[in-house]
Design a protein around this ligand. Structure first.
Ligand SMILES: O=C(O)CCC(=O)C(=O)O
Length: 286
């Protein structure tokens, strides 16, 4: 049987390539402002708003916002969290968000399964089998998470053509060093697909691949995501295939996050030192 260009999967080969590439080369080849500055366009931030100190953010004047030239509608934001702020989000992802029954392991109310938690959902819970959200399957989205994403989207929207969004559902992904996330699109959000999706990275680094609307549309681009980085998918990029082929052990993680540890920080460090946590938020209904 002949292969047409429609069948040509340009995504999987790059996924496999980064899966096997030596770690040091992943750090060099995945796009970052340091290694591939010409692929990012700096977007000046002009909006100044008061940011709630409990969100763990730096003053907005220190944030660095870029549009990604390789994926239409994709934004990359760095320098927005303080170290203490990141520790606080990691703490919530370890000690609060997984203590419920909407996790890959079901009930985790005593956090007895933390080491094996792969995901937890908050707000409207995603039904992974049927790939839908249900109106009735909802718990309150934690206020601080809603406030964090609203603040970031407000700032980005004021400087770009990204629309505002109402955060209604969150997925917290927990990655071990050998974990991957297969290529997928996020298209279950009913009529809210024109609204941005916002995604936060904490802990070890990752290679994030973003391709086209089909796996054959274009070769995916690899982005390096480090602790505290934020990406926002809007416009064309909102419905693009994306994946995590690789988690990378960040040699600077301890220095960046945990120089002076209290007892609770020690507990968090013992979890995160070989993990990555991603929190992503979406609007589900219009
Ligand atoms: O971990 C990430 O950065 C990506 C997560 C993701 O794509 C998802 O949960 O749909």
């Amino acid at each position: 049987m002949s292969t047409t260009s429609d069948d040509l999967d340009l995504f999987t080969p790059l996924f496999k390539y980064f899966r096997r590439l030596p770690e040091i080369n992943c750090f060099k080849e995945a796009y970052s402002i340091e290694t591939h500055p010409t692929l990012f366009e700096h977007c000046p931030i002009t909006l100044t708003i008061d940011v709630d100190p409990s969100l763990g953010l730096q003053p907005i004047t220190t944030w660095s916002l870029y549009s990604c030239k390789f994926s239409d509608g994709l934004y990359f934001l760095s320098n927005s969290f303080t170290s203490a702020g990141q520790r606080q989000w990691i703490d919530r992802c370890i000690n609060i968000y997984p203590r419920q029954d909407k996790t890959n392991l079901g009930d985790n109310s005593n956090n007895q399964h933390l080491a094996r938690i792969r995901w937890a959902t908050l707000g409207y819970h995603y039904d992974w089998t049927n790939k839908i959200y249900k109106q009735g399957d909802h718990t309150k989205l934690p206020n601080e998470l809603a406030q964090l994403s609203e603040t970031i989207v407000k700032v980005i929207s004021s400087n770009t053509n990204c629309p505002m969004m109402q955060p209604e559902a969150a997925i917290v992904n927990y990655y071990h060093i050998n974990s991957t996330l297969c290529a997928h699109t996020d298209h279950s959000e009913y009529d809210a697909l024109t609204k941005p999706l916002i995604s936060f990275s904490f802990g070890n680094s990752a290679v994030f691949l973003i391709g086209g609307h089909t796996k054959s549309e274009c070769k995916p681009s690899p982005i390096l995501l480090r602790t505290g980085d934020i990406i926002l998918m809007t416009g064309a990029s909102r419905l693009c295939f994306h994946a995590i082929p690789r988690i990378l052990s960040d040699p600077l993680l301890n220095d960046i996050l945990y120089t002076n540890m209290d007892d609770n920080d020690k507990v968090c460090w013992s979890y995160i030192h070989d993990k990555r946590i991603n929190i992503n938020l979406r609007q589900v209904y219009a």
